[in-house]
Write a protein that binds this ligand. Structure first.
Ligand SMILES: NC(=O)c1ccc[n+]([C@@H]2O[C@H](COP(=O)([O-])OP(=O)(O)OC[C@H]3O[C@@H](n4cnc5c(N)ncnc54)[C@H](O)[C@@H]3O)[C@@H](O)[C@H]2O)c1
Length: 494
């Protein structure tokens, strides 16, 4: 599909070649003009939930000129945010947060009345962790919705950024309606689905320079209002904006927008599990998965993105979103064959490391193993569903002694037996084996001679194919990657 050419208001939807399959895919004209300013007197934006997503949304919207009030119920986080300090590590966030707070464009509160009084648009960014049945746990969403309902004294557009099951827009309307103050018209609430696609580690960049902004709503005026909040980003009209790469605005129904989020994450997870399955086959037949990925990735229908074989995906989103999509499919009598398979492949990648260590170190009990990296990916301190934690638990359960180093994660309170060190060289001291779990750039720069001289054993498992095998081998270590021609395969029977 060609890039966006013409911006259109909802009331005057552009019906050129961008309209496909019922989706109005809108853009802005090349000069960045288009649309009137819709936001009126209550022009602040409220952002409910100040975690990894909400804080980035709040700080970035403030940095492009919006007045933003963030809502957070965790008192410790709130106190930090009010001082302009980020409660977690994310590149580029602290500067924006501090600038917003110091300029007064960005404030934080735990009081919904205060947040909503001047804000017509309310972004919902609270957590939706995995629930017991595969469906997400909606307790935070429910609590936040109730608080919003009770604090509503004027019309609001509620924008759901939390990843919520399809149909949640309707459900939220009901929850909020039940809490409205006396005399408040239920029609005063509109819900627009606006899934978030940012990646931790590059969240600020992703939010400010997205490929697309998806807005799903059944009331055109509400969708226009939200598009207006995004105007500086859609037009890339802010310092550092790139007018040659304006995001596509996709406007659609609420259910479709909610589905787009799940489908996007499921597809990305599928690509990773696919290449990991191919990696296993490469190990068996003596082929090299890196070269296979390169060879297939040059095909523009496939692309080389998300084709890195390794320990698989982790983090707070892929696992729970794939589970939730599968649970939704079953609710409607459909068996999610592919979704089930990609989860199994991903679980198996974590298991594969343990089986390789068992094979190399026989017996595993009593061996010292070092994990390089604990965060689920580089440039974040987030360890939710991190492969390192699964691997550490499994090794400890099998009697190994596990130490770890991560540039950003300094402790894992939920695994007290897992000791962390202040630098990578202390972590590898006397190790029988080292496993590179997270591909932090600094691990590529390690002095492998120094690593080898401190280790007791020779085994270096590169779980991300991140370092140069020749450099590791030249230091006298035995290098093994994932899916490399010279990897030792472990089968399901090992
Ligand atoms: N983390 C990501 O990379 C990412 C990317 C895209 C979408 N999402 C989705 O965005 C949502 C938020 O994810 P996250 O990673 O930011 O979660 P998080 O746990 O980091 O943040 C949620 C925040 O909401 C706060 N909160 C909970 N209940 C509240 C209430 N009633 N009122 C005010 N604040 C409340 C929590 O204290 C917490 O600070 C989830 O649905 C997630 O699936 C996450």
């Amino acid at each position: 599909m060609a890039g966006p050419v013409v911006y259109a208001q909802w009331s005057n939807v552009y019906t050129g070649p961008e309209v496909a399959n019922g989706l109005a895919t809108q853009g802005l004209d090349r000069e960045g003009n288009g649309g009137q300013h819709i936001m009126g007197e209550r022009s602040k934006v409220a952002v409910v939930g100040s975690g990894y997503v909400g804080t980035v949304v709040a700080a970035c919207l403030a940095s492009v000129g919006r007045e933003v009030v963030g809502v957070e119920i965790d008192p410790e986080k709130l106190a930090k945010l009010q001082r302009g300090s980020a409660p977690f590590f994310e590149p580029g966030l602290t500067e924006r947060l501090l600038d917003g707070v110091e300029s007064g464009r960005l404030t934080f509160t735990d009081d919904f009345e205060v947040a909503l009084v001047d804000a017509e648009v309310v972004f919902l960014c609270v957590d939706t962790p995995p629930g017991e049945t595969g469906h997400p746990d909606m307790r935070s969403v429910t609590a936040a919705a109730r608080s919003i309902g009770r604090a509503m004294h004027a019309p609001h557009v509620l924008v759901t950024k939390s990843t919520v099951p399809v149909g949640s827009g309707n459900w939220l309307e009901t929850v909020i309606e039940n809490e409205l103050p006396e005399g408040m018209d239920p029609e005063a609430l509109s819900v627009v689905s606006n899934p978030e696609f940012l990646r931790e580690g590059s969240a600020v960049e992703d939010f400010l320079h997205p490929d697309r902004i998806v807005l799903g709503g059944d009331q055109p005026a509400a969708v226009d209002t939200v598009a207006d909040v995004y105007r500086p980003i859609l037009e890339q009209a802010f310092p550092g904006g790139d007018k040659t790469k304006r995001p596509v605005l996709v406007t659609t129904s609420r259910s479709t927008a909610e589905t787009i989020k799940y489908a996007a994450n499921a597809f990305l997870a599928t690509k990773i599990s696919f290449i990991n399955e191919i990696a296993g086959i490469c190990e068996a037949v003596g082929a090299d998965v890196q070269e296979v990925a390169y060879g297939i990735g040059l095909d523009s229908r496939i692309s080389d993105r998300f084709l890195n074989a390794g320990l698989g995906w982790g983090g707070s989103c892929f696992g729970k979103d794939v589970l939730a999509l599968a649970a939704m499919a079953r609710e409607y009598g459909r068996e999610p064959h592919i979704l089930e398979a990609i989860r199994r492949v991903n679980d198996d990648q974590r298991d594969m490391v343990v089986r390789k260590l068992q094979k190399h170190l026989r017996p595993l009990r009593g061996r010292r193993i070092t994990l390089l990296g604990l965060a689920f990916k580089p440039n974040t301190d987030d360890t939710r569903d991190a492969p390192a934690l699964t691997i550490a638990r499994s090794l400890i359960a099998k009697g190994a002694v596990v130490k770890a180093y991560d540039p950003m994660v300094k402790e894992i309170p939920e695994i007290p037996e897992l000791k962390t060190t202040a630098d990578p060289y202390a972590a590898v001291e006397r190790a029988d084996a080292v496993v590179l779990v997270t591909e932090w750039p600094e691990f590529r720069e390690l002095d492998f001679e120094a690593v080898a001289s401190r280790m007791k054993g020779r085994c270096f498992l590169d779980g991300r194919n991140a370092v140069d095998p020749a450099t590791v081998r030249a230091a006298g270590l035995e290098y093994e990657g994932v899916g490399r021609a010279d990897s030792h395969p472990v089968s399901m029977f090992d």
